[in-house]
Design a protein. Sequence first.
Length: 330
Amino acid sequence: MTAPDLPAELKAALDGKLQGLSRNAAAARAAAISQTYRDGGGSGAIRSETDALAYALARMPATYAAVTASLNALRQIRPDFVPGSLLDVGAGPGTASWAATEAFWSLQSLTLIDANSALRALALDLGHDSVRLRDMRYERGEARVALADVEAADLVVASYTIGEIDDAERSALTELIWAKTRDTLLIVEPGTPAGYARILAARQKLIAAGAHVAAPCPHDGTCPLAAPDWCHFTQRLPRSRAHKQLKSAELPYEDEKFIYVALTRAPVARRPARVLAQPAITKVAVTAKLCTDHGVVETAAPRRNKIDYARFRKYNWGDGVFEADATSAE
């Protein structure tokens, strides 16, 4: 499986862009841009090269980690999936494309779409010396317009994208990106109740259009979770020195909360149950909350059952667990 930290050549490219950049100025711009995103302004606050770089330094590591975790889950379920082409919708600085090319070395054709010229310029600059990304095709324009002129791809990714538009536009864009999907579509959103609601809406719409869920759900049915609970996952990633300075952070790591759905044209042969929270470990047992094809269950592995107890101790939030392994401990 792919590691959650940025690949070495991307780190090197970002470090090169840092030369001569005021860290204080970049931190101030990153904070302002983050506030604009929280207020619903999307990428409109990113207007200059400095803006784009500040955004990338602040958000690329976490976004990369979330997309990578989602792709790892997909690869566990579909180890035979070898996509040759990628379409990255709302690509920004190219984060999802970097993650996809690390996960799938079979990718030969990369098409990226984003309306923001500063992010597009940064993506092209960062990928200039990369063997995998230097031949990318990056279309500038609003996604619904730009998609009309691009070919369908084996793998389509929309990461942290659909939350930037209103409900009507989101519904139309969801239909368009599915139409451009030859095999598999991955949508990733922030792990908030609002992000979860957007994923649920896209999931429901595309299942009605004939899609099948590959991950994280073990079924194509209605989500069994009830408010105030919501499905989301977390990925821990290391912070570089520059990242810590930019975010005024002391901890050497960051935990990114995210939610995703991977949908396929053909049904998946076997889907695992999903660990919905970090398992509770005591001296008596390990208890795991699992989403299964027959609902949410809590399964315990007692300490006296040494084999199951040891296996359950290795489970992490977000892991896929095939039910034969999970039910053996009940």
